[in-house]
Ligand binder design. Structure first.
Ligand SMILES: Nc1ncnc2c1ncn2[C@@H]1O[C@H](COP(=O)(O)OP(=O)(O)OP(=O)(O)O)[C@@H](O)[C@H]1O
Ligand SMILES: [Mg+2]
Length: 302
């Protein structure tokens, strides 16, 4: 039987940043796109989301030093839904997203209180294996961040680390399936040994999605995954999000309200560290409950 090398060679590669290892967030400012969004029921998801709770947070507060960035958020995220997080810059969307797979742990000044449950299990339990958690709850960042390795190795990295492949052939199958699911296989099947960094931005982002999928996550967190992409690449990633949502639970931060309307089942509006409202995306964009939400979606705030 063939054996595969499970050595974590990336750790020895000093060109790899901690961000690429998905142990920190990629924080850059981004701009609002668009103002008022017309809700198009033709493109809106029609998925029948069952209300099985996948992730839940209760009374979650996040502090950077003395400053409170998240002020007590209760939220339930359902299995196989796409939930969009929207709100003005600096209101805590990325911070809150990172509490869902403990990415905030890597920021020294950051402290999280409250409860976050994944399938009813406390993810802040000190005995929990955080590396495993981050495979179960994977993350895709704003800026595509492939490892400085081949396309194949980018996707094979996680399965090797977690010992998910029985042998070389099994690993090849995982890589191929993940690239298929990420809608990238046809574009890269003849160049698997070329560097991932040689792909276009949109292809790199789909490669990062393939890398996330390769470890069989249950939840995928996406922090403005299209903000560095052109409209064509954005459309491909959005299509992919809709396809992936039949199998995974997805939470996506976006500054594009059109994107939230196109891809999400529910939308959560954040404002200065508070969760102001969470409702079906159609309701948020047509009849929001709260005036702060309305001010934001009509372009009067943000
Ligand atoms: N690493 C950090 N150290 C200190 N403060 C931080 C850090 N990251 C975020 N903050 C602060 O926490 C608050 C929330 O920031 P966060 O990045 O979560 O907002 P956001 O809604 O994602 O904004 P944007 O839309 O610009 O990405 C802001 O006041 C920000 O300055
Ligand atoms: Mg952010």
């Amino acid at each position: 039987m063939n054996t595969i090398n499970t050595t974590n060679s990336l750790e020895k590669d000093n060109t790899v940043t901690s961000e690429q290892l998905q142990f920190t967030g990629a924080e850059t400012q981004s701009k609002r796109q668009g103002s008022f969004v017309s809700f198009d029921t033709q493109t809106a998801p029609k998925k029948d989301v069952k209300n099985t709770i996948k992730l839940s947070t209760s009374d979650v507060h996040v502090y950077y030093g003395e400053s409170e960035a998240i002020k007590g958020i209760d939220l339930e995220i359902y299995e196989n839904e796409v939930i969009a997080f929207i709100g003005p810059s600096g209101c805590g969307k990325s911070t809150f997203l990172r509490t869902l797979n403990r990415m905030n742990d890597t920021i020294d000044s950051c402290r999280v209180t409250g409860k976050v449950l994944l399938d009813n299990q406390d993810i802040y339990d000190p005995n929990l294996d955080v590396v495993l958690l981050r495979a179960q709850v994977g993350m895709v960042f704003q800026k595509p961040n492939p490892f400085p390795k081949s396309i194949f190795e980018n996707v094979a990295y996680g399965p090797k680390l977690h010992g998910l492949a029985r042998d070389k052939y099994d690993l090849e199958e995982i890589v191929e399936n993940s690239l298929h699911k990420a809608g990238l296989w046809d574009e890269v099947k003849d160049r698997l040994n070329q560097p991932g960094t040689g792909l276009s931005g949109g292809q790199q982002q789909r490669l990062c999605i393939a890398r996330t999928i390769a470890v069989s996550p249950e939840v995928i967190l996406m922090d403005e995954p299209c903000s560095a992409l052109d409209p064509i690449a954005t459309a491909k990633v959005e299509e992919l999000i809709s396809e992936l949502s039949t199998q995974y639970t997805i939470a996506i931060v976006t500054h594009s309200m059109q994107q939230a309307a196109r891809v999400s089942d529910r939308t959560a509006y954040f404002h200065l560290g508070d969760l102001i409202e969470v409702n079906s995306t159609e309701k948020v964009f047509t009849q929001p409950d709260h005036q702060l939400t309305e001010a934001y979606i009509t372009g009067r705030f943000g």
